[in-house]
Design a protein around this ligand. Structure first.
Ligand code: UD1
Ligand code: PEP
Length: 421
């Protein structure tokens, strides 16, 4: 199994090219199931989750061409199965996003229940309830969601009592081919939802309101193919910016989307970073200073993203002052805290908050990655810790960060991937 060996590094400096967003690309690739025509996607990041998605689509019978350089073409003219098996679903929760498209296009779907994961239980009740309101018959048996519909799904007014990114995406895709109008109330407003809506619109879907909490979709009988470029990854961008901030460095993220990062940039400014943005780049300059501790509370977009929470816990560990990071989305998303404590961080967990005393002198240690963003927080800690940090179980990191060691290395970090086997 691979691990990352990270040594205390100089302040990060230079330019890093941001990849396409994992959380935009995953639902976008699923749109191929909604059409007979070929779909071409560009700026797709080279990630384990993308490979899992193409493997899943292949298993269903979708023609997959991975042309390299971020280009993937998919053709779902003929499927040979409507079953997403446990073996793939268990490695990537976003597999649940085949449910809406399969039901809408083929009238049936069997999708393994994703099960719990490190950051929380993550149920899919909102996905199922919404599809049932659209006329689907759904049973959960032997760990599988078995869904079918006679004829087309029917448009419905669907109120979601929690804001869910995945449920909004699944229902938006299903509604694109349903009969009549669907209204999604209390919908998620994340930039990845807007990206998905833009792609569906290019395919001929009729959608208004994406990016607000009230999305209207008028179903059409069929959709065409697409040629769509994936949105830049705001979480990858934020992760590099935090890494630069804790190191006291100066970096420029290129091919980025600054308008998707307001909450994160605001916290970095409060931490003392000088931030400058162009149309597709963001520059952070700490001017050699130690960051100031910040108070962070995660919430659905446009508030502070839960996927940046762990990275800010690391920032607060070494910052001046006491910082409180409160997690409101997932019930168990502080698995990085005990690992950071092993590196000498002074953090107290109080209910759903991590209170960091700041000015911790971190020391390198063997640490274990427990989920994707927890892994990122440990990598950042390793860059500033005295000595050497070994991060194991980095398959989590490979789900969501493209060539992270090369990109950080390009900014001056000392980070190497080594194989333990
Ligand atoms: C692939 C992808 O895009 N993943 C992102 C997506 O995950 P994902 O779409 O799974 O997250 P959701 O927005 O659905 O989850 C938000 C909250 O709603 C709860 N919930 C969700 C669905 C449901 O049917 N019932 C229910 O109770 C979840 O347990 C969680 O507490 O949004 C999360 C919240 O921004 C991000 O952390 C993930 O990186
Ligand atoms: C939690 C995340 O992803 P997923 O929903 O795919 O588990 C993430 O991207 O931080």
């Amino acid at each position: 199994m691979d691990k990352l060996v990270i040594k205390k590094s100089p302040a990060l400096r230079g330019e890093v090219r941001i990849s396409g967003a994992k959380n935009a690309a995953l639902p976008l690739l699923m749109t191929s199931l909604l059409t007979q025509e070929r779909c071409r996607y560009t700026n797709v990041p080279a990630l384990r989750d993308i490979n899992t998605t193409t493997a899943l689509l292949k298993e269903l019978g979708v023609g997959v061409e991975n042309n390299g350089n971020g280009e993937i073409c998919l053709s779902a003219g003929q499927l040979n199965s409507v079953t997403a098996s446990y073996d793939l679903v268990k490695t990537m929760r976003a597999s649940i996003l085949v449910l809406g498209p399969l039901l809408a296009k083929f009238g049936k779907a069997n999708v393994s229940l994703p099960g719990g994961c490190a950051i929380g239980a993550r149920p899919v009740n909102l996905h199922l309830a919404g599809l049932e309101q659209m006329g689907a018959n759904i049973e959960v048996e032997e760990g599988y969601i078995r869904a079918h519909v006679d004829g087309r799904l029917k448009g419905a007014r669907i109120f979601m009592d929690m804001v869910s990114v995945g449920a909004t995406e699944n229902l938006m895709m299903a509604a694109a081919l349903a009969e009549g109008e669907t209204v999604l109330e209390n919908a998620a407003r994340e930039p990845e939802i807007v990206d998905l809506a833009n792609c569906l619109k290019q395919m001929g879907a009729k959608i208004t309101g994406a990016g607000t909490d009230n999305i209207h979709i008028t179903g059409v009988p069929s959709l065409s193919g697409c040629d769509y470029r994936v949105l830049p990854d705001r979480i990858e961008t934020g992760t590099f910016l935090v890494a630069a901030a804790v190191s006291g460095g100066k970096i420029r993220c290129t091919h980025a989307a600054p308008e998707t990062l307001d909450a994160v940039l605001n916290k970095l400014q409060q931490a003392g970073a000088k931030i400058t943005c162009g149309a597709d780049w963001i520059e952070l300059d700490m001017e050699g200073k130690t960051p100031k501790a910040v108070q962070v509370k995660t919430a659905p977009h446009p508030a502070f993203p839960t996927d940046m929470q762990a990275q800010f816990v690391t920032l607060n560990c070494i910052a001046e002052g006491t910082g409180v990071v409160t997690e409101t989305i997932f019930e168990n998303r502080f698995m990085h805290v005990p690992e950071l404590q092993r590196m000498g961080a002074e953090i107290a967990l109080e209910a759903n908050s991590a209170v960091s005393k700041g000015t911790s002198r971190l020391k390198g240690a063997p640490v274990m990655a427990t989920d994707l963003r927890a892994s990122a927080s440990l990598v950042i800690a390793g860059l500033i810790a005295e000595g050497e940090t070994h991060v194991t179980r980095i398959y989590h990191l490979d789900r969501g960060y493209e060539a992270i060691e090369e990109k950080l290395g390009g900014l001056g970090a000392s980070i190497t991937r080594v194989s333990d086997s």
